[in-house]
Design a protein around this ligand. Structure first.
Ligand code: GAP
Length: 455
């Protein structure tokens, strides 16, 4: 049963060390968050699940990790310098600044209700930066990337030449992106610094619709594999006047957040917009979505068809999502409050085990008995060596408190080492969801944990 109260999740995230407001000691910076000890594990687990699914389990996708600071021209020819803005409205009375298309009522200030508003003006979302010793009055020469994929397009030839790939093939990348959002709200839903996981899949023109459908299906299946209920993820096709400047067709994947269904991923048919506008020699091959003359690029982005010998600019099908929104969806879906038989309430994060920040907690029954602690430490070290993720030696509180804590952070199993363990070489394994306990030989634990995490 997913959460229906966001404040409970936000407070759990802070209390247990998932997510903190960034620069909190100075009052916080809006739209910027830091991930704590458990948040970083959860993020890493989502990333590695995606990387396995995208790169390792397929034979047609390569990886990339490009720079965050981008040459200004990369975001000029991508169309972002001219076209990546939102409508900004200011209240003349309280000076609140709002994004017009997200206001509750575009005729009234969201903050004070005044109807005295400035006319909307375009507000560019890119963060300009000065890279190198540019003088104070010098123009900025770079941007923090507003989407990670522009570096994938810039490296298209490098990846193709170094790997011998020809379309259809893809390039996957995980990394930070920056947008100076007018309003940052709903916790980590809309941020100014966030992380994207983007796949750009290069195909022959004419095959793009089939590939678009392929990636839609893959995408939905992957979200469900994270534990999101099938009916909590739905597709929303964008109308023509809502399409991003680079797309011929867009389907957003939406998740049922506490604030309602909202976008978690964008599947785009970007046609030859990106490679066609970044390529050298634009007159040498047909380009369907050319917007700008490019006199600056030194690289041809065209590919020769092996059979017809004709040169063409590949079309791009993109599957792009924000890691922070994925984390928020996974937390929302996993958050559960249960009433126990004795009337107490138990909070549990019912993560899929492969996403759980801590895979198992090993608890010595008495912390002041060195022989128990030593055996617990050995059990922990042996399980840690499996490489499944973090295994924790739990030294705080009594066993009951340790169970509650690990329920709340979503640890799939707790393993208690007691005095009998010293004699019989067995331990008690307690399941997070059922709370059932079973006695198991220590020697069987690695296989058991592998089974739990891989299902
Ligand atoms: N390369 C295509 C692209 O960037 P987008 O729809 O602007 O498309 C893709 O962004 C995904 O990135 C979104 O579906 C969302 O998950 C995430 N995203 C976008 N802006 C975000 C923000 N300000 N904060 C958090 N995530 C964001």
């Amino acid at each position: 049963m997913p959460a229906n109260d966001m404040s409970a999740i936000v407070s759990l995230c802070k209390r247990r060390g998932f997510i903190f407001q960034s620069s909190d000691i100075y009052g916080g910076l809006k739209g910027v968050y830091d991930y704590g000890p458990l948040g970083v594990e959860l993020k890493n687990n989502v990333k590695s699940s995606w990387w396995r699914h995208m790169v390792y389990q397929r034979d047609d996708v390569e990886g990339l990790d490009a720079a965050i600071i981008a040459h200004r021209k990369l975001f000029q020819y991508s169309g972002h310098e001219d076209g990546f803005h939102d409508p900004l409205v200011e209240c003349k009375k309280c000076h609140a600044r709002m994004r017009q298309d997200k206001m509750a009522d575009p005729t009234k200030c969201d903050e004070c209700g005044s109807t005295e508003l400035t006319p909307p003006r375009t507000f560019n979302l890119l963060f300009p930066v000065k890279a190198g010793p540019v003088g104070d009055d010098g123009e900025h020469n770079a941007y923090l990337r507003g989407e990670t994929c522009q570096h994938i397009f810039a490296n298209f030839k490098n990846v193709m030449d170094s790997t011998g790939r020809r379309p259809p093939f893809g390039i996957a990348q995980i990394g930070k992106a920056y947008r100076n959002e007018i309003i940052a709200r709903n916790f980590i839903f809309r941020m100014r610094e966030f992380e994207q996981l983007e796949l750009e899949y290069f195909v022959k023109p004419g095959t793009d619709e089939d590939w678009f459908n392929h990636w839609r299906e893959q995408s939905k299946a992957w979200w469900v594999s994270l534990g999101l209920a099938d009916d909590h993820v739905k597709e929303e096709e964008l109308a023509a006047d809502d399409l991003p400047h680079y797309a011929k067709r867009t389907i957003d994947m939406e998740y049922k957040f506490v604030h309602g269904f909202d976008e978690i991923e964008s599947i785009n048919n970007r046609t030859d917009y990106d490679l066609g506008n970044h390529t050298k020699g634009q007159d040498e091959f047909p380009i369907h979505a050319k917007v700008r003359e490019n006199k600056d690029s030194n690289t041809k982005m065209a590919v020769q068809d092996i059979e017809t010998k004709e040169w063409y600019i590949p079309y791009v099908v993109e599957a792009s999502f924000g890691l922070d929104r994925a984390v928020m969806a996974v937390l929302t879906e996993a958050y559960t409050e249960e009433t126990l038989e004795n009337g107490d309430t138990r909070t549990v994060l019912k993560f899929k085990p492969h996403l759980a920040p801590i895979k198992a907690a090993v608890i010595p029954l008495a912390k002041n008995k060195p022989e128990l602690v030593e055996l617990a430490k050995k059990v922990k070290d042996d399980l840690q060596r499996l490489g499944l993720g973090r295994v924790m030696l739990e030294m705080s509180g009594n066993v009951g408190k340790a169970y509650r804590k690990h329920d709340e952070v979503g640890t799939p199993v707790c393993i208690t080492v007691d005095f009998d363990s010293l004699e019989d070489g067995a331990v008690t394994l307690r399941d997070r969801d059922t709370m059932q306990q079973q006695r198991l030989p220590i020697a069987s634990l690695p296989a058991k944990l592998l089974e739990i995490v891989n299902t």
